[in-house]
Design a protein around this ligand. Structure first.
Ligand SMILES: Cc1ncc(COP(=O)(O)O)c(C=O)c1O
Length: 524
């Protein structure tokens, strides 16, 4: 059977028609535009943290037959095996050809990427990507990157101030990190799970030696959310208590445990009930934490830990008062609960010190790491704690495990990332470049004070808050068209985040400021 009459590029073996691709792109753009107009307040921005997008609820009773029909229709239209092999070979050839693609091949890849995102991945994303919604003729397809620059498949260049939401602290494809991973790949990619893997031990030692205070023993996984899950389990195990105190607008990941700590309704509501004994307090207000702990003690609620980001990242680079973290440490000690610092975004120099908590000389009981700890080359995360707390995991080490966590490739990247971070003084560079960037942004704020509400941040975790979500989105879109990527999406654009590589040259910061000035000029 030949694809059961399925239409499209893969079914016919021909490239999708330009008209079809253009229609698809246009549909995505319309959806983007429609959403902006229709739901101006639906963002998860700071001004409306409780604005909730209702999830679409399918009517299961009505659609039962339809679903059965769709199942058999889909089964009849699947690619035959030979086609899957041919199709995968087509992509393997593209991967190996790298830069040597013809203009025709490039156009075909653009069209097919939009099409397959829509048909097989999640159409919804197309409308939210500026690379689609704000592209001129063709969607911008990520192709190559180096240092602070990203180039799309057609050669359009972007200064990367988004940094993959904080993963590229050492830049894109740092040569020493790539080399370490490449060399390890030649020897052993993943762990046998029986023989002792030396890089896991080596990375654990390095992290144990550079972590604050007596944090020494760690476990490796792959995502930030995994690190938070591990930290929560460890806190429960050690304290034999179940509750957590988290912060409004705090972001700790989207798996069930970490989602339970999420301080934004729009990500929680569709998945309730989450963990029930999580209590939320205002970020930056240690009195409220103390008040919650007192209430919990008075009424007999068990609290295992207080969890917070040193500087709230996803919420828009919110810097707490200077006495916040020292006071958190003191009240946690007073009430005998653990203090968990989620350094997934702030760690590895992002805020101008190696760890965010270093700004206040605070040693948490458990620290979560992720994002840039893999050097921007491999996914890697970890949670780390003291030998005393860690004991509860040692009697039965299989209480918490992971197949891919701490694999040799990730550990090679982690070891190289530490070497580069300290060897090139990335935290020091972040402090210096961050101060320079903030100064330039504050000068712009003074000139555009009617639209820029606040410029804030620490190191190179910077937020620019605008007077409305729509305006913020227009700025992010204007910057995109001028070749600058920032972390402001349609869903969260009132504040845009700037998180470039920590060594971004000052001339490039000047260039970003010029393009921002130009964008603001055109919009006001
Ligand atoms: C502070 C913090 N914790 C946890 C996470 C979740 O990380 P991941 O998306 O890798 O699961 C994030 C992601 O942005 C984060 O910023």
């Amino acid at each position: 059977m030949k694809n059961g009459g399925r239409r499209g590029p893969r079914a016919t073996g021909k490239a999708v028609s330009a008209a079809a691709a253009a229609a698809e792109l246009e549909a995505a753009r319309m959806a983007a535009a429609g959403r902006t107009a229709e739901f101006p307040g639906r963002s998860d921005d700071e001004s409306s943290p409780l604005t909730v997008v209702e999830p679409i609820k399918p009517d299961f009773a009505v659609s039962k037959k339809a679903r059965a029909k769709a199942r058999s229709r889909r089964a009849a239209r699947r690619f035959p095996v030979e086609k899957v092999i041919k199709e995968s070979q087509y992509w393997l050839d593209i991967i190996s050809k790298g830069q040597r693609l013809t203009p025709g091949q490039k156009k075909r890849i653009i069209k097919e990427t939009v099409k397959s995102f829509s048909t097989y991945f999640n159409t919804g994303f197309l409308a939210y990507r500026k690379s689609v919604a704000e592209a001129d003729q063709y969607a911008s397809i990520e192709w190559t990157g180096e240092g602070t620059m990203i180039e799309d498949i057609t050669g359009r260049q972007y200064i990367d101030c988004l940094g993959g939401f904080g993963i590229y602290s050492a830049g894109i494809r740092h040569p020493r990190i790539v080399e370490a991973v490449r060399n390890q790949l030649e020897r052993m990619p993943l762990s046998s799970q029986e023989l002792l893997d030396p890089l896991r031990g080596a990375l654990a030692e390095l992290l144990g030696e550079i972590a604050p205070g007596n944090l020494q023993k760690c476990f490796f996984i792959n995502n930030g959310t995994d690190a938070v899950e591990g930290a929560m389990k460890l806190a429960r195990l050690y304290t034999e208590k179940s509750g957590f105190i988290s912060t409004l607008r705090g972001f700790h990941g989207k798996s069930y445990g970490s989602l339970s700590l999420m301080g934004k309704a729009e990500f929680r509501i569709a998945f309730e009930p989450l963990l029930q004994d999580v209590y939320f307090v205002e970020f930056g207000d240690a009195d409220e934490v103390e008040w919650q702990l007192k209430k919990a003690r008075d009424v007999g609620l068990d609290i295992a830990a207080v969890v917070a980001e040193p500087v709230q990242g996803e919420a828009g680079a919110i810097v707490p008062p200077d006495d916040y973290w020292p006071r958190l440490r003191a009240v946690c000690d007073e009430y005998d609960v653990l203090l968990i610092a989620d350094e997934v975004q702030t760690g590895m120099g992002r805020t101008g010190k190696l760890w965010g908590v270093d700004h206040w000389d605070v040693i948490p009981d458990i620290m979560c790491l992720g994002k840039s700890v893999g050097g921007g080359v491999m996914p890697l995360s970890a949670f780390i704690s003291t030998p005393e707390i860690w004991k509860v995991l040692e009697q039965n080490p299989f209480l918490h495990s992971s197949t891919f966590g701490g694999n040799p490739l990730a550990c090679a990247a982690g070891i190289a990332a530490i070497n580069v971070t300290l060897g090139e003084d990335l935290p020091g560079q972040a402090a210096e470049k961050g101060a320079y960037f903030l100064q330039g942004l504050r000068e712009l704020q003074a000139r555009y004070s009617d639209v820029i509400v606040e410029v804030r941040g620490k190191g190179l975790l910077i937020g620019i808050e605008f007077n409305s979500t729509e305006f913020g989105y227009s700025v992010a879109a204007g910057l995109f068209r001028r070749g600058v990527l920032v972390a402001g999406t349609l869903l969260n654009a009132k504040t845009i985040r700037i998180e470039p590589a920590l060594f971004i040259p000052k001339e490039q910061i000047d260039e970003v400021l010029n393009r921002l000035d130009d964008t603001l000029k055109s919009l006001t």
